[in-house]
Design a protein around this ligand. Structure first.
Ligand SMILES: [Zn+2]
Ligand SMILES: [Zn+2]
Length: 447
């Protein structure tokens, strides 16, 4: 695997099929994403040249927002113009959210275009990827920040009827990276990316736990793919704060591989577990509370701390302490959905009911596997370890600094598991009776 910041190697496949085969532990055929990364100072010129080569007689939809237009979109559009290419620029407001409604509008605007180029991270990338997949046309990405891991993944995060979902969407054919643009990204975006990629340390354990309990789908390949680049940013988080080029580009590379890990797994499981549900919960509750969510990755960071507290408590729980309470807990959770979710309740309930059977099996499944699970649980870093890493990036990481009240965080901790059908550490913690205590402890640590 070559480094994306190697300026002498402008074009390469982001993963190597042979290496994947060697690292796979499940034996199933993994779909290897064919994303190509063009990382060079003149990446946008290469993009325009490629575009002229393939789409000279067709038209292209260029998607950006107010912020990413300044960072890169303006230059990309200028270069397309210079080559007399037909394109339509759609510039969204800077605070846009990737909703099904907005996706529909962009879908309509994409009529007659042969390619979508999206300039930006989170929302812009999700929308560009999702709409081009729907439309059945290729997608090219121009990243502007190392803020999240969605560039290379085969899913798009879209709010559907108010519920945050991860929907299948083909990854981009090409990613055009100007290393300078990534390095220049605001500190807050770099901190968000750091927390997003840190999630792997707990989400991979969530996946192993669900796999051991129910479906045996775990594979060590996705995690191994990310390991290679981890040392460049995990060992020196303060360098993310300082804007050290090697660390920031290393972080960006880690995020690209984290997205590839999801593509290889065929789901978001390797990079998104209970900690991500905390972030999704806060995003979704905006409609009900009016509280504007923070950046995805930063909210995920608070979720990582909660997951680590849960794992620490689970590792200290003895088998004899497990009680048969699956039915009682499940019924209480279903009863609580309307008060937490208001007009979103029926959509949330639909997602939650999908894991009903697995939740009801927890009584038996946990006690049979508890000793093996405890070995897994004890592998997770301590909450202090994660808080220290995050704070060394210069991020305060306290609930007040994130604009989250103690009550809202507590509610997120105990209710977020209802919004997705995957079993995570939050479900196991609720079942073993440690979740409320873990929530309170996390609130204390982040006060
Ligand atoms: Zn495998
Ligand atoms: Zn994420």
């Amino acid at each position: 695997m070559s480094s994306v910041n190697n300026k002498h190697l402008p074009r390469h496949l982001i993963v190597d099929a042979k290496k994947c085969k060697a690292l796979c532990s499940c034996g199933y055929e993994h779909k290897i994403p064919s994303v190509k990364v063009v990382s060079t100072e003149d990446a946008y010129s290469v993009l325009a040249k490629d575009c002229a080569k393939i789409y000279a007689k067709e038209s292209v939809l260029l998607l950006d927002d107010e912020n990413t237009h300044l960072a890169a979109g303006a230059l990309v559009s200028e270069l397309l113009e210079k080559r007399s290419l037909a394109y339509q620029l759609v510039r969204l407001p800077g605070d846009s959210v990737a909703t099904d409604k907005l996706a529909e509008q962009i879908y309509d605007l994409s009529t007659g275009h042969s390619l979508i180029i999206a300039v930006g991270a989170g929302t812009i990338n999700d929308l560009g990827k999702y709409v081009s997949d729907k439309r059945g046309i290729p997608y090219w990405s121009v990243p502007t920040a190392p803020s999240m891991n969605g560039y290379t993944s085969s899913i798009a995060g879209i709010k559907v009827k108010g519920v945050k979902r991860t929907l299948p969407a083909l990854p981009p054919q090409f990613i055009y990276v100007d290393p300078q643009a990534i390095q220049n990204a605001p500190l807050k975006l770099r901190q968000a990316g750091f927390c997003d990629v840190l999630a792997k340390s707990v989400s991979d354990l969530d996946w192993q736990t669900e796999s051991l309990l129910f479906n045996g789908t775990y594979c060590s390949l996705p995690s191994a793919i990310v390991n290679d680049s981890e040392s460049t940013y995990i060992n020196h988080p303060e360098k993310i704060h300082q804007g050290d080029p090697e660390a920031v580009l290393g972080l960006f590379e880690g995020l690209l591989y984290s997205g590839v890990a999801m593509s290889l797994a065929g789901s978001s499981a390797p990079a998104s577990g209970g900690e991500h549900l905390i972030s999704h919960f806060l995003d979704m509750r905006e409609n009900l509370t009016g509280i504007e969510p923070n950046l995805h990755g930063i909210q995920v960071g608070a979720g990582v701390v909660l997951s680590a507290v849960c794992y620490q408590k689970l590792a200290a729980t003895e088998e004899k302490e497990l009680k048969n309470r699956a039915k009682k807990i499940f019924e209480a959770d279903v009863r609580n959905i309307p008060s937490v979710w208001g007009n979103l309740a029926s959509e949330v309930e639909k997602q939650f009911l999908k894991k009903r059977d697995r939740l009801l099996q927890l009584d038996a499944a946990l006690s049979i596997n508890w000793q093996k699970l405890k070995v897994l649980f004890s592998k997770v870093g301590t909450p202090d370890f994660f808080i220290d890493l995050i704070r060394r990036t210069g991020l305060e990481m306290t609930l007040p600094s994130l604009g989250i009240s103690k009550d809202e965080f507590f509610l997120a901790a105990i209710s977020a598991r209802t919004i997705r059908d995957r079993i995570t550490v939050l479900d196991i913690s609720a079942h073993t009776g440690i979740l409320k205590g873990a929530a309170k402890e996390t609130i204390e640590m982040l006060s």
